[in-house]
Design a protein around this ligand. Structure first.
Ligand code: ADP
Ligand code: ASP
Ligand code: MG
Length: 411
């Protein structure tokens, strides 16, 4: 008997018919003798619709109330899914995140899981039940309801798998697993059979939305094996686990993109010690997660600083930049909202010095201008104009030999 955590995302439970298919899958696993915990997201685009609804009410809704609102999406799903399982004659019980003891930090909208006391899940499993848990939510030690950031149900699933000592954490979605690029953009993308945590973490953090970054981090920290697969069939999917010598060390395993960031440039910043510290302290005061940071060579005692930040934090970042510009006496600042970050990720990159030259040449041959560049040992990222991102992804996918036969995944 195995203990398995099965997560189903929004598209997998978008309609009552979808819910019933998920219920069938849960029951099949349970009847095969496994203990089954299911983590589920809000139906279809419900979270987006709730965000939109809040913005019709208020331009700047309080984060606490936003989390109170968004957690309702998952609560609807767990109740309906439990009913669907029960209607088929099997035993199921639903729990919210707070009910299963998911304790988080107090930063609303992007809370971090601090601890899980999954005692009630264990008890319900011992009673032979299929346990259905709301993804994406938890509570602070003093009882405030929080959410874990968009895509947070993946993190709930991995954290529960770690907390319960599950044998595997299945992340089921509308794609057959992790591909060499988003199959919606690159129809010739190939399914990756196995991938190490480090590469998967770089892919997730640079835009491969098939797994949330936090979930991969949690899986790596607790050595949870993730099986990423389709909700709709029994294909082989992708195994995400610790890299081992039998796994291929491709120079480039995948190409990713991220269109969710904006770029700020602060012009004519005095080139003195402590200036960058002041700019980035202001941004930190506003709790902004920065990504790329570039400071140009100074000319006549002044320099330019550029950085990227999430578009959803545009208002807070703008306020921080305004304060910083006044404080340090910079000449001006501008923001570019039409950017995209394109990345190539591969563990084999460490030992292949020509990768960056190949990346830049391939983009140049396609007439794509590179704006900012950043690197990690196994990732290279470039910021380009947003209108060019699809072409940039395809060009790099071909350049690094990743194209396979076209699939129908993107349809
Ligand atoms: P869910 O709602 O089930 O959580 P998501 O929409 O979050 O599903 O994630 C699945 C989507 O991730 C796919 O529809 C696909 O377009 C996108 N995606 C982005 N990059 C990749 C990739 N490298 N491999 C597979 N899917 C990817
Ligand atoms: N419903 C949340 C979202 O849309 C969490 C999730 O689906 O993982 O981001
Ligand atoms: Mg998701």
């Amino acid at each position: 008997m195995s203990l398995i955590v099965m997560k189903f995302g929004g598209t997998s439970v978008a309609t009552p018919q979808h819910m019933q298919r998920v219920a069938d899958r849960l029951i099949a696993r349970h009847e095969a003798g496994d203990e089954v915990v299911c983590v589920v997201s809000a139906m279809g685009k419900v979270t987006d619709e709730l965000v939109e609804l809040a913005h019709q009410i208020s331009e700047h809704p309080a984060e606490r109330e936003m989390d109170m609102l968004l957690t309702t999406g998952e609560q609807v799903s767990i109740a309906l899914l439990a009913m669907a399982v029960q209607a088929r004659g099997a035993d199921a019980v639903s729990f919210t995140g707070p009910q299963v003891g998911i304790m988080t930090s107090a930063n609303f909208s992007k809370a971090q899981i601090l601890a899980i006391d999954a005692g009630c899940v264990r008890d319900a499993l011992d009673e032979g039940k299929i346990v259905i848990v709301a993804g994406f939510q938890g509570r602070t030690p003093d009882g405030q309801i929080t959410t874990l950031g968009r895509g947070g149900s993946d993190t709930t699933a991995v954290a529960l798998a770690a907390g319960l000592g599950a044998d595997i954490c299945e992340i089921n979605s509308d794609v057959a697993g992790v591909f060499t690029a988003d199959p919606r953009i690159v129809p010739s993308a190939r399914l990756i059979e196995r991938i190490g945590y480090d590469e998967m973490l770089e892919m997730a953090s640079s835009g491969a939305g098939v797994l949330s970054m936090r979930s991969v981090e949690a899986a790596r920290n607790h050595q949870v094996v993730i099986h990423c697969r389709s909700s709709f069939d029994d294909g082989p999917g992708t195994i995400v686990k610790e890299q081992d010598p039998s796994m291929e060390q491709a120079i480039v395993s995948g190409v990713t993109f991220d269109t969710s960031e904006v770029k700020f440039t602060i012009r004519a910043v005095p080139d003195q010690a402590g200036v960058a510290a002041r700019v980035f302290s202001r941004l930190a005061d506003h709790d902004i997660n920065l990504d790329m940071i570039i400071q140009n060579v100074s000319e006549d005692g002044a320099t330019d600083i550029s950085f990227t930040a999430p578009a959803v934090e545009l208002d807070a970042a703008t306020a921080a930049v305004r304060e910083a510009v006044a404080e340090i006496g910079a000449r001006e600042w501008i923001v570019d909202e039409k950017i995209a970050k394109i990345s190539i990720v591969g563990a084999g990159m460490k030992t292949h010095p020509r990768v960056s030259a190949r990346m830049f040449s391939a983009l140049a041959s396609a007439g794509i201008n590179i704006d900012l560049i950043s690197t990690s040992p196994i990732r290279l990222s470039c910021v380009v104009a947003q209108e060019e991102f699809e072409e940039a992804v395809r060009v790099l996918h071909t350049e690094f030999g990743l194209d396979g036969p076209a699939t129908d995944e993107g349809e």
